[in-house]
Design a protein around this ligand. Structure first.
Ligand SMILES: Cc1cc2nc3c(=O)[nH]c(=O)nc-3n(C[C@H](O)[C@H](O)[C@H](O)COP(=O)(O)OP(=O)(O)OC[C@H]3O[C@@H](n4cnc5c(N)ncnc54)[C@H](O)[C@@H]3O)c2cc1C
Length: 458
C-alpha cells in the first residue's frame, strides 16, 4: 500500500449491507469493528430483521432463536440504520447502491428449496418443505393456510431441515403452544390428521447430515415414537471408517442405533427414520397416494446406487426437504449450477466494490455460526480494498432521502421495536414469550409505516 492509496481511502466509509439475516448482521458488526468510523445501512426486504433465525429456525428451538438477542446490539448501534421493507432489485437497484455507498455487501440468503427430481413431484400433496417452514414460522410472504388432512406423510431428506419438518408434523400442538408460532398455525396443527411421519434418506446413518442434538431431541416428544428398522444399520467398513473419522458421525449413528433397539412406547404418532431408500416416484394420478422408493447401497465412491428393489409406501403427502437454493441477486453474476454468486474471498467477479456473504456466497449449507466466520473473511477483503483505494467516489446521495422522496415506507429499528413489543405483549396474554405477527400490512401498521390500525391478531 502506498501513502497515496491510504490517503485515497474514504475517511468515513459508507456501506450498504443487503439482507438483515445473520450473514448481513455479522458483516455489519465486522465492518464497524475494523472501521469504527464507518456507517452502515442494513437493507432488508421484510418488515422484520433476522432472516432465517426468525423465519427458519424451528419455533421449538428457543435457545437457538435467542441468537437474535446477541445480534440486537449491532442493529441498535447508532452507526447502523436498519432500512427494512426495502427490497433490493425492486425498491433500490445495484447501480443506485454502488453510487451512494463506498461498498455494497449482498447477503440475501436463500428462501426456496430444491424440488424433488422424480416423476409425480407435481402432484397435489407434494409440498415444498421450505413453504411449510415459512407457514409455521409465520413468514409474511409464506402460505396463510396449510393442508394437514394426510394421515401418513413422507419427508424426503436427512438433514436438520428434514428433521425440523418431520418433528413439527409429528408433535402435538400442545407441545408447541409455548413457542412463538402464530395462533392460526397452532390451531391448524391441533386439527392435523397425521399419524405416521416417514423420513427417507438415500444413504445410511453414517452419511446423514443431522446434528446429533437434533436427532437425540426427537426422543423427548411425548406425542410420537421414533422407529428405526434394525436392518438399516450396517456395520460395514465404510460405516466404521466414517465413525472413526468423525465424532459427530459416531454420535449420530449411536443415536440411530438406540432408536432401533428401543421398543415403541405407544405414544400415538410414529416417526420412522428409513435409511437406504431413494425416492423413485411419487404415486397418484391427481393427488399423492404413495411414494415409491428404491433400496440403495453405497458404491466405491460413497454414492448411493439403486439395487432395483422397490417399495411403495402408502402416504398422502410428500415433503421434499433436500436443500435450499438461493435466487440470483439483481445485477450480480450468478452461478446457476451451484446457485451462488461467483466470488473470491467475498469479492464479486467484475464488480470491484460489491461483496457477497452468507448462504448466497457459499451455498445454503451450514449453521448460523458459519455465517459469522464467512463475514470475517469478507470484512477482511473490504478492509484491504479500502486501504488499497480500489473504490470510486460516491455521489453522497442519502438512500433514506431518496426513499422518502419516492414515498416509500421504511421500517427502522424503532419501527421494529414496536413490532417486537406488540408480539411480546400478544404472547404474554397467552402465557408465552411471543406470538408472531404474520400479516405484512399489520407488521407495517405496527411499525408506524402504514396508518391502518393494527389488527392485533397473531
Ligand atoms: C428451516 C431451517 C432451519 C434452520 N435451523 C437452524 C438451526 O437450528 N441452527 C442453526 O445454527 N442454523 C439453522 N439454519 C441455518 C441458518 O438459518 C442459516 O445458516 C443462516 O440463516 C444463513 O444466513 P444468511 O444471512 O446467509 O441468510 P438468511 O438468514 O436467509 O438471511 C437473508 C436475509 O436477506 C433478506 N433478503 C432476501 N432477498 C432480499 C432482497 N432482494 N432485498 C433485501 N433483503 C433481502 C431476507 O429477507 C433475509 O432476511 C436453518 C435453516 C433453515 C432453512
Amino acid at each position: 500500500m502506498t501513502a497515496q492509496q491510504d490517503a485515497d481511502a474514504p475517511a468515513h466509509p459508507r456501506y450498504a449491507v443487503v439482507g438483515a439475516g445473520p450473514a448481513g448482521i455479522y458483516a455489519t458488526q465486522g465492518l464497524l469493528t475494523t472501521t469504527p468510523e464507518a456507517r452502515v445501512d442494513l437493507i432488508e426486504r421484510l418488515p422484520a430483521p433476522f432472516g432465517l433465525i426468525r423465519y427458519g429456525v424451528a419455533p421449538d428451538h428457543g435457545r437457538i432463536k435467542n441468537v437474535i438477542r446477541a445480534l440486537e446490539p449491532v442493529l441498535q448501534d447508532p452507526r447502523v440504520r436498519l432500512l427494512a421493507n426495502v427490497e433490493f432489485g425492486r425498491d433500490v437497484g445495484l447501480a443506485e447502491l454502488r453510487s451512494s455507498y463506498d461498498a455494497v455487501v449482498v447477503a440475501t440468503g436463500a428462501l426456496r428449496d430444491r424440488p424433488l427430481p422424480v416423476p409425480g413431484a407435481e402432484l397435489d400433496g407434494v409440498h415444498s418443505g421450505a413453504d411449510f417452514v415459512s407457514w409455521y414460522a409465520g413468514h409474511p410472504d409464506g402460505p396463510t393456510e396449510w393442508p394437514l388432512a394426510a394421515r401418513s406423510v413422507a419427508v424426503v431428506g436427512m438433514g436438520n431441515v428434514a428433521v425440523d419438518v418431520a418433528r413439527i408434523l409429528a408433535k402435538s400442538s400442545g407441545e408447541l403452544r409455548s413457542t412463538d408460532m402464530p395462533v392460526q398455525v397452532l390451531a391448524a396443527l391441533a386439527n392435523s390428521a397425521v399419524e405416521d411421519v416417514h423420513v427417507f434418506g438415500r444413504r445410511g446413518p453414517a452419511q446423514a447430515k443431522f446434528s446429533p442434538l437434533e436427532l437425540r431431541e426427537l426422543s423427548e416428544s411425548t406425542t410420537f415414537d421414533v422407529i428405526v428398522d434394525p436392518a438399516d444399520l450396517l456395520d460395514d467398513p465404510v460405516t466404521r471408517a466414517a465413525r472413526e473419522a468423525s465424532k459427530i458421525t459416531d454420535q449420530v449413528v449411536r443415536t440411530v442405533e438406540s432408536y432401533a433397539a428401543r421398543p415403541p412406547h405407544g405414544r400415538g404418532r410414529r416417526l420412522f427414520l428409513h435409511f437406504w431408500e431413494a425416492p423413485a416416484a411419487v404415486l397418484g394420478s391427481e393427488s399423492v397416494v404413495g411414494l415409491r422408493t428404491e433400496r440403495t447401497v453405497l458404491d466405491n465412491d460413497g454414492n448411493a446406487v439403486g439395487t432395483g428393489q422397490l417399495t411403495d409406501w402408502p402416504v398422502q403427502a410428500v415433503y421434499p426437504a433436500i436443500g435450499y437454493r438461493s435466487d440470483a441477486a439483481p445485477g450480480l453474476p450468478f452461478d446457476t449450477e451451484h446457485a451462488v454468486v461467483p466470488n473470491v474471498q467475498g469479492r464479486v467477479d467484475g464488480l470491484p466494490d460489491v461483496y457477497v456473504t452468507g448462504w448466497l456466497r457459499r451455498g445454503p449449507v451450514g449453521l448460523i455460526g458459519q455465517t459469522r466466520s464467512d463475514a470475517a473473511e469478507v470484512v477482511a477483503s473490504i478492509a484491504a480494498d479500502r486501504t488499497a483505494g480500489v473504490w470510486t467516489a460516491t455521489s453522497g446521495v442519502d438512500l433514506v432521502d431518496t426513499l422518502a422522496a419516492r414515498g416509500h415506507g421504511v421500517v427502522t429499528w424503532s419501527g421494529w421495536e414496536l413490532i417486537d413489543d406488540l408480539e411480546q405483549r400478544l404472547g404474554l396474554a397467552q402465557g408465552r414469550e411471543r406470538c408472531k405477527v404474520t400479516d405484512r400490512a399489520e407488521l407495517l401498521a405496527t411499525a408506524g409505516v402504514h396508518r391502518a390500525a393494527p389488527l392485533t391478531i397473531c
